[in-house]
Write a protein that binds this ligand. Sequence first.
Ligand code: ADP
Ligand code: SF4
Length: 678
Amino acid sequence: MTTTSPYDILFTPIKIGPVTAPNRFFASPHSTGHGWTEPNGAIALRAMKAEGGWGTVAVGLTEISPNSDYANHPMERIWDNSDLPRHISQVNAIKKHGALAAIELGHGGMQSRNLTTGLPIVGPSNLPALRPEIPSQSQEMDLSDIHLFRNQHKEAVKRSVEAGYDIIYVYAAHGLSILNHFLSINTNKRSDQYGGTFSNRIRLLQEVLEDTLDTVNGKCAVALRFGVAEPDKLNGLCHNGEGRDVVEALSELPDLWDVNLSGWPKDSQSARFTQEGYQQNYTSFVKSLTTKPVVGVGRFTSPDLMVSVIKKKQLDLIGGARPSIADPFLPSKIKDNSIENIRECIGCNVCVSMDAYGVPVKCTQNPTISEEWRKDWHPETPPITNSRESHLIIGAGPAGLECGLTLANAGHKVTIAEARDEPGGRVTKEGNLPGLSSWLRVRDYRVYQLSQKNDTQLYLSSKMTVNDIIEFESDTVSIATGAKWRNDWIGSTNFEEIKTKSHNLITPDDIMSNKTSNISPSSFIVYDDDHYYMASVITEKLLKDGHSVTYVTPLPTISTWTQYTLEQVAITEKLRSLGANFILNCKMTQNQGFLNLIDNKNFEINIKNLVFVGAKSSNDELFRDKKLMNSIKNIFLTGDCLAPRTIQAAVLSGHQVARDILNRENKPKPLKREQTIH
Ligand code: ADP
Ligand code: SF4
């Protein structure tokens, strides 16, 4: 007898042109950070998604030609036949698990950098390239250049067919494609048949789509990835305007519509600013204009919501980039009715930040991502050991929980002792700050998984002393005691202590333990020498609590590092809308005043309450204790107590330490690196 599940609809096959996707889970194109120079890593990462049940796995943006060089963004390449072996391996690795393989072909146009090739950047008009970091203008393409580009695209399509891809993309999203640049009145100032009216500006997109359909000649499906709205752009496309007109004009042409919000900061919005499914308000109209299947994204991790958007006829396939990074086995877990085991994306965008650095993607929830090939890590299969030992872990923050879970998954006996009356460490505290509640998933996933193990104990309200640890007599001890925020003005731009007399100095730890909750509406300075999210979240909280806040930072921008998580504009807008004052380029001095770093003048701010968001200091009392270190043979440090970093780094550190513990009798393997020689 076959049993039915409310999620059956997610596992019904769907025809996409001449091919059939086995289910509705579509691992959307995204950069893995490995790019074309680290193919083994990229292939193993994508194959893992196919193994985890994603019915279609797409390869991220793939440059079609040398004048479409995005380097140093770690994109894929299919410039010529020498790229084929890599793509063939990739296709085979994906298809081995029964998934369809898709490739997103793209030409960067005015978003190319061409720093590797030195070729001119090309576009519809002779304008500054859309890369403020490069002092360059685009060459206006004449008709022969357009003809050449169409040929380059057709050749890349032919190579993709030869590699064995099932779905080939025409890319016109995120403002990152030459097709966007021809479509947009911002960048297209032409007066020939490719400029001016809407039907002229859409011409190149339509031609490339038709070229691609002709070239594949029914052997594979053709997808159009299109950003239907560009809310972050002046004169950007609008889903009620030309964005909709494009879908109407091309409605039956592609075999698959892959629709989203553009540019990338709008497409990959963090959980701090958006709920799951946030793109539906913009993209759901598409299905009413086409009979072709539609895929879209929106940080979907809830199977109920997935079913609902399909039943409401908003989407046919559920796209996932971040959800497929956080849990490559999300589809299998839904199929096996073990939804509680899904490692849900927390929407922190640490994965996104790695793209800016051009390094393999990392994830707060999934420490095994990007390590599939070079370390042989699998997100679901624990390392195998012959022995069965007992392990004591001090601290139940992200590092301690991940360390304990990895050891427990390997079948070992695990005891975690936590000083506070609740687990989670910093995520439990930070999860109560505005917009960060989804971060509690880091704790909840691990605590639940640990609760399902037989030989695992999590003791709360159990602050461990040196003697407690020695008396416990476990085979190994891991110290994961975290870190605290400093109150001595040591921060990113200042390594000298300042003794503050003139201010009522408050730290983020004070805010998170509600020490400011009894202060009646008052004025605060929030001084940011950390430059990630914390100062902005505290500013937001204080403003919402009815205080007035002046945000001060020695750097020239607000929450500088959040440019990498694509949140900086949203943070600035949010704080401005709540009424924050901003003083940039100013630092605290030894004489308790502030120094304007531009005009070199000192000044005072007459506000007593000052939240200092600077560096952290490790909670190192235990591991600095000689008696402890001398008494225990196998003692390990992990997470923020080793070196305060991001939550993602703490989780990875906890995972790595667990594997080091399990492997400690063996010689450590050198980190596998990809090195090519021709
Ligand atoms: P990480 O990010 O490295 O996991 P956290 O600060 O989030 O660090 O978590 C560290 C946890 O360790 C906190 O929950 C803290 O209460 C706990 N802790 C610190 N010292 C002790 C101790 N001596 N015994 C038990 N738990 C401790
Ligand atoms: Fe999600 Fe954060 Fe992982 Fe990215 S890094 S996939 S946003 S949990």
